[in-house]
Design a protein around this ligand. Sequence first.
Ligand code: DOR
Ligand code: ZN
Length: 427
Amino acid sequence: MTLLITSGLIIDPARNLEEPRDLLLEKGKVAALEPAGVIPKEGRKVIDAQGLVVAPGLIDMHVHLREPGEEYKETIETGTRAAAKGGFTGVACMPNTRPVNDNASITRYILDQAKAVGSARVYPVGAISMGSKGEALSEYADQKAAGAVAFSDDGWPVMNALLMRRALEYAKTFDMPVISHAEDLALRADGVMHEGKVSVRLGLKGIPAAAEEVMVYRDVRLARLTGARLHIAHVSTAGAVAIIREAKAAGVNVTAETAPHYFTLTDEAVVGFDTNAKVNPPLRSEWDRLAVIEGLADGTLDAVASDHAPHSVLEKDLEFAAAAFGLIGLETSLGLTLRLVHAGEITLRRAIALLSANPAAILRVPGGTLAPGSPADVTLIDLNREWTVDTAAFASRSRNCPFHGWTLKGKAVMTILGGKVVFKETN
Ligand code: DOR
Ligand code: ZN
């Protein structure tokens, strides 16, 4: 099947391209990118993208698909359908499944399942340590051979600094990135939200910003020691942004992501005790939120990733302290990122880079560009389309989203995976 997408504004940040072009997709690949009228329309299915942005298929480098083991929260089928609906053609899935993905057979299971029922490319992240217990390293060669793209114990930090050092050294021998869930468990203690004025007012136990920052600092120093590729997940504090900025300036091999909720919400969202605002790391202060935006704008933070963390009412319909951490984001990530563009905080090209080219480069996965020969993964975005977030209409199996009822401006209206339309806005 050949698809010709005409008259859209092509934004391909990897090649500094931002121009109206016609885009030809053939045999699952980008075949050509030419000024209007150069590529003949005859015999081709034509999609008119006048007024739309044509971007590389978006890639979310941090999601939880919950399969195997917690299929009542999400499956590879429902999670990748949510991805397609949100404009994503690729997702990296964290290993905190049941059992933990710390071996080749689970990685292969995820990939087989994705091939059979998936609506997006799925990139499994293997566990750093067996069972993500932080005690013994898992087998990296096997996991890499099976298709793992990175290692992480996400959900849990690696508390033992020596084990983290060994993980970085071991991953380096395979040229694989280690993704750090940076959190000092002793400092976190039994905190349930950000430690600050709001936690005091609400009488809830706090998690200090330092619980994240001391681990970001430790891991950056270990990256310097080992020369390995370190990626910091879900950056939420001003201090963490500053540490990463300084490390990059010093030449440390470190990249970082943040999630839309950290640049959209603050700990004030917890007032009212909405457990959908309970997430780890927690929603921080306005000061932190502004620092995260600055980090996205100045290049300190490389990617926006949703940390899509589905939970059912069983884990969420509880008093605040007892509820699980996590919120879903695949279907709102693009819209929330575009708020920064509409507000003039970052350029549209930067937003697209944060959501496609950069995560592709960090994980070294295909796509993230519309260069001829690349996979025919494309997202058509209507920047000005206003829509209301309605969790009842989500493709995800879960509903734990704090943005229900919000009006957002900007939406994926078509998602194309390997040259096939996997999502199309119908109304
Ligand atoms: O809020 C969170 N939820 N943070 C994590 O690190 C894990 C995630 C989950 O798996 O639910
Ligand atoms: Zn995490």
